[in-house]
Design a protein around this ligand. Sequence first.
Ligand code: SF4
Ligand code: SF4
Length: 92
Amino acid sequence: MSGTPLECRMGCGACCIVISIAGPIPGMPNGKPAGLRCVNLTNDNLCTLFDLPQRPAVCSSLKPMKDMCGDSNEEAFTLLSVMEILTNPQNS
Ligand code: SF4
Ligand code: SF4
């Protein structure tokens, strides 16, 4: 992923919903398929594990970037949906 580093827009949550996560997440031992809300995401789209050691490394290492997060939550959902389709081996 490339682009200008950003601060995460609190309350967006797009990457915690749209993308798939292959490894285990607390509460989701088999990971998370694309489009399914992570069980650790609150109703106002905040991560309950944010500062905790239980937060998966894949989540902590995902850096907000302009080409992923866009300028709005809606744009992030669109950008991430396109990326998920393009990077899913089932679609190649
Ligand atoms: S898509 Fe970007 S702005 Fe939205 S929650 Fe993820 S990192 Fe934050
Ligand atoms: S553990 Fe937290 S950061 Fe990771 S996908 Fe779930 S809500 Fe998002």
